[in-house]
Write a protein that binds this ligand. Sequence first.
Ligand code: BG6
Ligand code: MG
Length: 213
Amino acid sequence: MELGFIFDLDGVITDTAEYHYQAWKQLADEENIPFTRQDNEALRGVPRRRSLELLLKGRVFPEDKLVEMETRKNNYYQALLENITPGDLLPGVLPFLTEAKVTGIRLGLGSASKNAMTVIRRLGIEPLFDAIGDGYCVVNHKPAPDLFIWVAGRLGLWPTRCFVFEDAEAGVDAAIAGGFHAIGIGPDERVGRAHYILPEGLKTAHIHDFRIT
Ligand code: BG6
Ligand code: MG
């Protein structure tokens, strides 16, 4: 029976959360808004506009200023992405993806980021994916299941035939809402609702652990 693995990008395949933090922090400093690494945790898996709203903590700005701030942050973020190389794949990711691919498992990406294509190209893993869903593909973001359902459709699989690998609470909730098998990457406090948890990430995962009968 055919099987699919759908991966979130940031925090599952590579750790761009640090670059997002640095870019938001630069914007926050310029705007004299306090912003800590702890604050950044709440932005994990959250799309750009909602992230900005969380950073602003209730401060009100006109729409054109919000757009300017999003663009400024994205410019800082894209400059940092220039540093990414295949060496930035998280431990265990490449063997896991490669083994799954040769076994015939269909591979998908489901990322809220509009920069996802740039990141996976810089990581050198674009050819491994049969379907790539990014921040441009659907209107409703995680925790809505739309993006994962979009990717599963491109893989030609029902959600019940796919595992979703996620490090964000909103992503785990999206996978569950869509009827997928949710694999949480990281601490229980964040991904505790997942069906199965990999606290250490993909480096401790074996493809044969993921079967659907
Ligand atoms: C998610 C990240 O993958 O993408 C979030 O976890 C980020 O932190 C979101 O805000 C949107 O990213 P981008 O690149 O479109 O601003
Ligand atoms: Mg993530």
